[in-house]
Write a new protein. Structure first.
Ligand SMILES: *Cc1c(COP(=O)(O)O)cnc(C)c1O
Length: 399
């Protein structure tokens, strides 16, 4: 195959690149406009922009600790044992202890029975995951949070524009998080947001925002160059190059201990604004790919699909499956890499040595461990053609 599909990533259009370039040079970025678009889309009263999603999460968890931590009495946050590593970094950077809860490998949502068994006496908040554009059981999480007098943080970094009963993911509970990083639904290379309807939180974040420093000139320059690199190399006829020298890191995560909370660089905003303008089209294209996999995949007993929860409208940032046999899985991942068939986070959080010291208890999380071992994701982005999708289904159905 001549092409090499990336595992994830929304393409930037040429006209968007050109108009972004002019607006960046003329200094006509518009953070306020971007914030307003997000508020309108998610129907929230307040939105706050940061340089990254993990920065937004760190700021939000710091606010939770300051406003609802009862002076240190409640200094724990519950995280799903399988989620993006930067959620754990954010919790640590906000000065919170982490209590992990296992997930259900059939839905990738919290194992609700295990969640209900947790000792909530020192817990301040629960964080959702909504990985790959699949909404968690957010209604149930909201109820558990309410019963125990803790806050729900709805992490929609991978689920922008996915919904449950018409309600956007990211709007459940106390506040939501969005990411504009590479490989997310809408990207401006980096960026993150907090969305909320809580006026006390908004006042706190407003004050804290005044203290945010800008990215250094060097980092801004690097981001500037990255826009062009991303534009050029996400194309399947060019992605071979970065994929083979493995510098892109698209769809991969390494654990980073330090999280910087900085201001969102204004010169990137027009890129994000252009994509929010066509967010429904971006969503539709991913959804149609995801639904095609959902209907066409008919795998044998060696592969399972993830069950879609009732009333949810996933956006399928990637399409996850579980491949039970380890050897079969590694063959699939090496032989068909050029189809954008890819692994995901290689470890559950309970086995990450970097966060060990910050865990309240150390327990096995068999559901999350199994997902880390077995997960494979299929690409859904706009560069995946009908033929690619058909071929990918054939490959998986043959396993
Ligand atoms: C990407 C991601 C984040 C963090 O966003 P960044 O912008 O990459 O810092 C948080 N949570 C989840 C689930 C993510 O996928």
């Amino acid at each position: 195959m001549l092409k090499h599909l990336s595992p994830t990533g929304s393409p930037i259009k040429l006209f968007e690149l050109v108009s972004w370039f002019y607006s960046a040079l003329s200094g006509s970025g518009d953070r306020a406009k971007l914030q307003n678009m997000v508020k309108r889309l998610l129907n929230r009263e307040y939105s706050f922009l940061y340089s990254t999603g993990r920065g937004a999460m760190t700021e939000l968890l710091s606010a939770v600790k300051a406003l609802h931590g009862k002076h240190g009495e409640r200094n724990e946050v519950i995280l799903p044992a399988y989620t993006c590593y930067s959620v754990a970094s954010s919790a640590i950077n906000a000065g919170l202890k982490i209590r992990l809860c296992d997930i259900d490998p059939q839905t990738l949502s919290y194992d609700l029975q295990k969640l209900r068994e947790i000792d909530f006496s020192r817990v301040a908040a629960i964080v959702s995951a909504n990985l790959y554009g699949l909404p968690n059981d957010l209604g149930a999480l909201e109820r558990v949070a309410m019963e125990h007098g803790v806050l729900l943080i709805d992490d929609a970094a991978q689920s922008l524009n996915s919904k449950i009963d018409g309600r956007h993911v990211g709007t459940y509970g106390y506040a939501g998080i969005l990411s504009l990083d590479k490989g997310k639904n809408v990207t401006s290379m980096q960026g993150g947001l907090i969305v909320t309807n809580d006026s006390e939180l908004a006042e706190y974040l407003d004050k804290a925002s005044e203290q945010l420093s800008d990215l250094s000139s060097k980092s801004k320059f690097i981001e500037f160059v990255k826009v062009f690199v991303y534009f050029l190399f996400l194309n399947p006829y060019a992605y071979k190059i970065p994929a083979n020298i493995s510098f892109s890191g698209l769809g991969e995560t390494r654990f980073e201990t330090e999280v910087e909370v900085k201001a969102y660089p204004e010169f990137l905003s027009s890129l994000a604004i252009a994509q929010f303008d066509r967010v429904e089209l971006i969503t539709e294209s991913r959804v149609s790919r995801g639904e095609f996999y959902e209907q066409t995949l008919n795998p044998g007993s060696g592969v399972s699909k993830i069950a879609k929860l009732e009333s949810t409208e996933p956006v399928y940032l990637r399409y996850p499956i579980l491949v039970h046999d380890g050897d079969l899985r590694s063959d699939l991942l090496t032989q068909y890499r050029q189809y954008g068939i890819s692994a995901s986070y290689p470890e559950p959080l309970n086995l990450l040595s970097e966060i060990e010291a910050h865990l309240v208890t150390r327990e096995a999380c068999p559901g999350a461990e199994r997902v880390a071992r077995e997960i494979v994701t299929l690409p859904t982005h706009a560069f995946v053609t009908d033929n690619d999708a058909k071929r990918i289904c054939e490959i998986v159905n043959k396993l």
